[in-house]
Write a protein that binds this ligand. Structure first.
Ligand code: CTP
Length: 399
């Protein structure tokens, strides 16, 4: 990573001493490291240590030097290719999530346009506190990379999650982010995500367990690689990633309409949505009342197959990717769907496998194209997203 500059933010936790080793590891990769410390961090490690290791002055929350402060935090923010905060305390995470900038570290990170990565470290109770978890979720939704803390014996005597992740792992993640190529610049990508809802009456609907997590991860990963991204989303509980054009749908019919309106301008179309295959033949205008003792029969009619409909109009310069969530004969079913829907690639997964399926943060998938299959190991949904995009680009390069 020669020529890359990392601004290393050190917050006030006992794991601050590990930031010295982290700084060394980053330097070994050729990075130039500047350190910003909070006032409390200086109680754990003297700025002189970081100054000596980094070869640069350490920026601290010193209002005693108001003449340089204003300039310095902006200069550092601009200099960063990556802004890495390790350890990130509950307090700093909370401030970042709320947009509070009241010291050198929080001001500088707010001013930066570089990718931001945080490696939290704190007591288990603090880590698991809903306030921290909500703050982490908010930061992730804004594109902040989070290196989740490890589980183990903590300095406070507790055992549990909250230990700063191994510095080797943090340095590895930093390299990954810095190496991220803008290899989708100039392209237009459409991603569909989440379930649909098919109304039965004004208060009830048929839906499925799709969380939209993978689709959102794909949209987020794509946006960081440079293209224009349109995210067509069903009703889900996650914040859309920054920088993507969001279009919302509720029913399969609505998804079809908005997909058809957007598809012509797209280079890559990734259909991870889980549209309901059926809808109620009639939607009751009023709430359906319970019929004591009597069975209820619903008549369902088939919904359009959105992927198949888009496949009909697919141009040779477009790359279409679909998904097949299966419970049995996964690869056979997936291959058949790829042909039927005229997809260039289908991502097959067995939703019954541990670590795969709904509402988890990992997945085990096989990427199937006409050239062959690639079975991926258990990976985070973020990593699966990256692999899908890389495979889609490879298909375009081959075409
Ligand atoms: N799909 C679609 N429209 C539908 C159903 C599915 O566009 N009405 C798309 C999904 O977005 C996904 C792919 O088709 O990319 C496969 O979805 P899946 O539900 O696995 O396939 P189905 O064709 O519905 O087959 P089945 O439910 O019988 O397994």
């Amino acid at each position: 990573m020669p020529g890359k500059t990392v601004v290393l933010g050190v917050a006030g936790g006992i794991a601050a001493y590990k930031a010295c080793e982290l700084l060394r590891l980053l330097q070994k990769q050729g990075m130039d490291v500047y350190v910003v410390m909070t006032r409390n961090a200086c109680r754990f490690v003297a700025p002189l240590t970081f100054e000596t290791l980094s070869g640069h002055p350490v920026a601290v929350d010193t209002f005693e030097r108001p003449a340089t402060w204003e300039v310095e935090h902006i200069a550092l923010a601009k200099r960063a290719d990556l802004f890495l905060i390790a350890p990130a305390t509950a307090n700093v995470i909370g401030k970042m999530a709320c947009g509070i900038a009241d010291d050198m570290l929080t001001t500088t990170v707010m001013a930066t346009r570089a990718p931001v990565m945080i490696a939290p470290a704190m007591n288990t109770g603090m880590w698991e506190n809903p306030a921290t978890q909500q703050n982490i979720a908010a930061l992730k939704a804004r594109g902040v990379h989070v290196v989740a803390p490890a589980t183990g014996h903590l300095a406070c005597g507790d055992s549990g999650a909250g230990k700063l992740e191994d510095v080797q792992v943090i340095a590895g993640r930093a390299v990954q982010v810095l190496m991220r190529k803008r290899d989708m610049e100039g392209l237009r990508v459409m991603v569909t995500a989440g379930p649909t809802r098919e109304a039965l009456d004004p208060v009830r609907y048929i839906s499925n367990r799709s969380s939209g997590k993978l689709g959102y991860a794909i949209a987020r990963a794509a946006a960081q690689r440079g293209p224009q991204v349109a995210l067509l989303t069903g009703p889900v509980a996650i914040e859309p990633p920054p920088g993507v054009h969001v279009v919302r749908f509720t029913t399969t019919q609505e998804l079809l309409e908005c997909a058809e309106a957007h598809v012509a301008g797209q280079d890559i179309v990734i259909q991870s949505a889980a549209p309901a295959d059926y809808r109620a033949k009639t939607v009751a205008p009023r709430k359906i009342k319970k019929r004591d003792g009597e069975d209820m029969v619903l008549t369902l009619v088939e919904n359009p197959d959105v992927a198949a409909a888009l496949g009909e109009g697919k141009r040779a310069d477009q790359t279409f990717v679909g998904f097949a969530a299966e419970t049995n004969d996964v690869l056979e079913h997936a291959q058949a769907k790829m042909e039927k829907k005229r997809l260039d690639m289908i991502v097959a997964n067995d939703v019954t496998a541990p670590g795969a399926g709904f509402d988890v943060d990992t997945n085990i998938v096989t990427l199937i194209t006409r050239a062959g299959m690639t079975a991926l190991p258990l990976l985070s949904k973020d990593e699966v997203a990256e692999r899908i995009l890389t495979a889609a680009l490879a298909l375009r390069a081959r075409a």
